[in-house]
Design a protein around this ligand. Structure first.
Ligand SMILES: Nc1ncnc2c1ncn2[C@@H]1O[C@H](COP(=O)(O)OP(=O)(O)O)[C@@H](O)[C@H]1O
Ligand SMILES: N[C@@H](CCC(=O)OP(=O)(O)O)C(=O)O
Length: 372
């Protein structure tokens, strides 16, 4: 028995190129339909699922008649753009059969390194989940060159797990999980059933990709598990064609390799905020807001802010202090310092009238706030 996926509410599922394209023979419609059915079943169990799917380049190669992966970066980008249409089409059709809508989200690593884009991506994804849609994510291959050379969606899966604080990352691939050595090269290799995300010994076992389609191999999966663990997400690496793999994992069955995170969400988030020693600015709160934040676990609304110190942009980490200057909390600001000055002391219902737009009812949402 293994309860990591059973207990998880928010799950990122990554399906690799070799799996989605059935080793290059075009998109495997039947397999995609089976995953859609399993994800629909997970949703009826109350789980929120985000899918990270590779396969655009492989499908684009097929559609454009390339027999081998092009070496020209722009041809690769063209393949990705063509193939992404096929991916979007098949996912939308497969999930519709279960009355589920899908959304296409194309991201780059740089998007997630930029605080403002990070917040926007986070809000869009959580809104899609709230609306009952299954987001289907892939790398935005049109605008990057470095990532497309190494083509690795394992890292993207981990970044998305960090972004929306998923409880678990499931990496579906063409092997049963992590073996003590590459099983394609070493027949005596044994399956590692459990490990600690971040354990260096695991990195030594993992090799590169075994096929010409998958690019990252097992090492990027192990590193993805390490990265996902930073926000408290556990990782399971499993064979994507295993019968009912997702439902069985959700039922508590031990399948594949489980790499457990050592820190919980909150600790991880606090650590992240704590790392931002140089916060960009300060907001001074009235006594009511201090009470709401520190005693009632509420978000910070603009009405509770009486003064803004320093200059900061949207998505910056700012410090909330009481009237006496004592720090109360830190968090990501939904508004710039200039905007905050205009909406402070005002009810959130007036934000739109004052600024002409609304980024959120809160200045800092409680999910983006830690008490200090
Ligand atoms: N220790 C290992 N255990 C399992 N697979 C390994 C290991 N080292 C290297 N590999 C290779 O990694 C491959 C999976 O990675 P990859 O081809 O990138 O798949 P995907 O497209 O699913 O990301 C396997 O087919 C296997 O040959
Ligand atoms: N964005 C690329 C994905 C890159 C890729 O192949 O990733 P992976 O499945 O981790 O080996 C595509 O859709 O083809």
């Amino acid at each position: 028995m293994n309860s990591v996926i059973q207990k998880a509410t928010r799950i990122i599922i990554k399906v690799g190129s070799s799996l989605v394209t059935n080793d290059g023979r075009g998109l495997d419609h039947a397999a995609i339909a089976r995953w859609a059915a399993q994800i629909a079943a997970l949703r009826t169990l109350g789980k929120e699922v985000v899918l990270v799917s590779s396969g655009a380049i492989a499908e684009g190669m097929l559609r454009l008649g390339f027999e081998q992966r092009p070496t020209d970066i722009h041809e690769l980008q063209a393949c990705a753009a063509v193939g992404q249409m096929g991916l979007a089409q098949i996912y939308e059709t497969s999930f519709r059969a279960h009355q589920l809508g899908t959304a296409q989200v194309l991201l780059t690593h740089a998007d997630l390194a930029d605080r403002e884009r990070y917040l926007n991506a986070r809000s869009t994804l959580t809104t899609l989940l709230r609306l009952g849609v299954v987001p289907i994510i892939n790398e935005n291959d049109t605008v990057v060159t470095d990532e497309i050379k190494f083509g690795d969606n394992d890292t993207l899966g981990a970044l998305v797990a960090n972004l929306i604080e998923a409880d678990a990352l499931i990496i579906l691939t063409d092997q049963q999980g992590l073996y003590s050595a590459d099983p394609r090269k070493d027949p005596s290799a044994v399956l590692i059933q459990q490990g600690r995300a971040g354990d260096l010994a695991l990195e030594a076992m993992a090799g590169g990709a075994g096929s010409s389609l998958g690019r990252g191999g097992m090492l990027t999966k192990i590193l993805a598990a390490k990265r996902a663990a930073k926000s408290g997400a556990h990782t399971v690496i499993a064979y994507g064609r295993e019968h009912d793999v997702l439902e069985r994992l959700a039922g508590g069955e031990a399948i594949g390799t489980e790499l457990a995170a050592q820190t919980g969400h909150l600790t991880a988030r606090k650590q992240w905020m704590a790392d931002h020693l140089h916060t960009a600015g300060q907001v001074v709160l009235d006594a009511g807001a201090v009470q709401k934040l520190s005693k009632e676990g509420k978000s910070l609304l603009p009405i509770g802010v009486v003064e803004v110190k320093g200059e900061f942009g949207r998505g910056a980490v700012i410090t909330c202090v009481g009237a006496d200057g004592a720090p109360v909390a830190r968090g990501l600001s939904n508004y710039t310092s200039a905007e905050t000055r205009r909406i402070m002391r005002k009810p959130s219902s007036e934000i739109e009238a004052v600024l002409g737009f609304v980024e959120g009812q809160e200045l800092i949402h409680r999910d983006n706030l830690v008490l200090v």
